[in-house]
Design a protein around this ligand. Structure first.
Ligand code: GLN
Length: 484
């Protein structure tokens, strides 16, 4: 297989008969088999993917082309695909098979995508390192001592390892962008409400968004446009035109952007010195290229992590109450009463982090503490949203590192939940305010690990945002680490 950058190039090669879908799928399957230790896939749809590829090849011979003809994708294990198992990487959904496809899955399928398998993630998408999966951690394909990030670690690792062209992730507090940064690929969290959440296992319903993890901004735009648009099954899904996700051919403002950066950034999140240096170099380069860098302050950024962990756990405690051991999935075989069934099934089948969040969420929603935590959290969320609009006034986007540094080592943060939660320092703002944000690899550190930079734009301007991000993504210089 030759180097893969974006679907349009691949489709040209398919049309010129230089390759076919079956050979491509076979090559991906071979790579997946060659590196089982990565543990990105919970299930590989070998035969089904080959069959689908053969069908597409036949369609192509007959002159029928689809928008996603040739694109091979992986699905995060919390996104439904009819007739296939999915478990949110939790023991509690053991053996569960989906009766329907998520709207996002269905739209990609109808557009011609080939699904090659479902990929590992942190249990119920709670985590930043993939160490919380009931099916073992995913290794970062660039350095197996390091985490791929989370919760969509399997998705980002699969794309970076060249196991597929693109993958779907979900982002509640950074779960698309942070693993994309750690694996050196592109990850977009669309505006809240852009893509239907129907068929996505709920974590924090007022935050959750599905989004693409890709090698290029062009593919991210295309996949988002295909998944976007009103859906009768999700009332929070916007009716705004999906074409807003398309990258405009002309860059905004003659290509000279006004980018907001935050004052005292190095103090706020404990930036790793190498990240700080790469970030400063980027600012110098952008200024030299004629972009305007505007420094503004957002002292309230420090409230974003506590606010997120109050509100998201509150929502999670309610969303996860359906896993009772009665309806589906795991049930303790020895329980004799209903209450015992609930208690034993939930205690045994939920992992430690999920149990911690259910307890935290139940606590902040309890009558005595509701006002002190949940209500206050809602107010701070509103404040952060208003401040975000003010921050972007007269400017095009906010420029922030995606994470404080490069991928960390296994075990480094897993014993200390607060350390792990700090991973979300720069990503949760876009979930609290609902704005779109994209992470792109922009530099390598001295250990040759990728660093991610993030651009957050105004709601409903994904196309513009991705267009702007092109200035940060010198993909030919910092190539996505493994060609696919
Ligand atoms: N790290 C965040 C958390 O653990 C992100 C989760 C997410 O976006 N799904 O909650």
């Amino acid at each position: 297989m030759s180097a893969y950058h974006q679907l349009s190039d691949l489709q040209r090669a398919l049309k010129a008969d230089e390759l076919c879908c079956v050979d491509m799928v076979q090559a991906f399957l071979k790579r997946i088999r060659e590196r089982p230790e990565i543990n990105a896939f919970l299930e590989v749809y070998d035969e089904e993917a080959i069959e689908r590829a053969a069908w597409l090849d036949a369609e192509h011979v007959a002159g029928r082309w689809y928008p996603l003809s040739g694109m091979v994708m992986a699905l995060k294990d919390n996104i439904a695909y009819k007739g296939h198992r999915f478990s949110a990487s939790s023991k509690i959904l053991e053996g569960f098979e989906s009766l329907f496809s998520a709207t996002a899955t269905q739209r990609l399928f109808d557009a011609g995508a080939i699904f090659i398998g479902r990929v590992n993630c942190d249990e119920f998408a709670m985590g930043s390192s993939n160490e919380n999966s009931a099916f073992g951690p995913v290794l970062n394909p660039l350095d197996s001592q390091r985490v791929p990030g989370g919760s969509s670690g399997g998705s980002a690792a699969a794309v970076a390892a060249g196991f597929c062209h693109a993958a779907l992730g979900s982002d509640t507090g950074g779960s698309i962008r942070q693993p994309s940064a750690y694996c050196g690929v592109v990850g977009l969290k669309p505006t809240y409400g852009r893509i239907s959440r129907h068929g996505l296992i709920a974590f924090g319903s007022s935050f959750d968004q599905i989004g693409p993890i890709t090698h290029s901004l062009e593919d991210a735009a295309l996949l988002t446009e295909i998944m976007a648009g009103a859906d009768d099954y999700d009332g929070t899904c916007s009716r705004r035109p999906a074409s807003e996700c398309r990258m405009p051919t002309e860059p905004k403002g003659n290509g000279r952007l006004k980018l907001v950066v935050l004052e005292d950034l190095e103090d706020s999140g404990g930036l790793d010195p190498q990240m700080f240096e790469a970030y400063q170099n980027l600012l110098v380069r952008l200024k030299a290229e004629g972009h305007q860098i505007i420094t503004r302050s957002l002292p309230e950024l420090k409230y974003s992590i506590p606010t997120y962990y109050i509100l998201a756990t509150a929502e999670a405690s309610s969303n996860l109450s359906r896993y009772s051991g009665v309806h589906y999935g795991y049930r303790n075989p020895d329980a004799t009463t209903l209450e015992e069934t609930y208690k034993k099934s939930r205690t045994e089948a939920f992992g430690k982090e999920v149990r911690r969040r259910i307890m935290l969420g139940t606590f902040v929603l309890s009558e005595a503490y509701y006002d002190a935590y949940y209500s206050k959290g809602q107010k701070v969320r509103r404040l952060l949203r208003d401040k975000s609009y003010a921050l972007l006034e007269g400017a095009d986007a906010l420029l922030l590192p995606t994470t404080t540094g490069a991928a960390f080592r296994f075990g480094e943060k897993s014993d200390d939940p607060l350390q792990m939660y700090k991973e979300d320092m720069f990503t949760v703002l876009a979930n609290l305010n609902g704005f779109p944000a994209v992470s792109v690899p922009f530099a390598l550190n001295r250990e040759r690990l990728p660093l991610g930079i993030q651009l957050m734009g105004r709601p409903w301007e994904e196309g513009q945002l991705l267009r702007m991000a092109a200035i940060l993504h010198p993909h030919r210089a910092v190539s996505t680490p493994l060609d696919a």
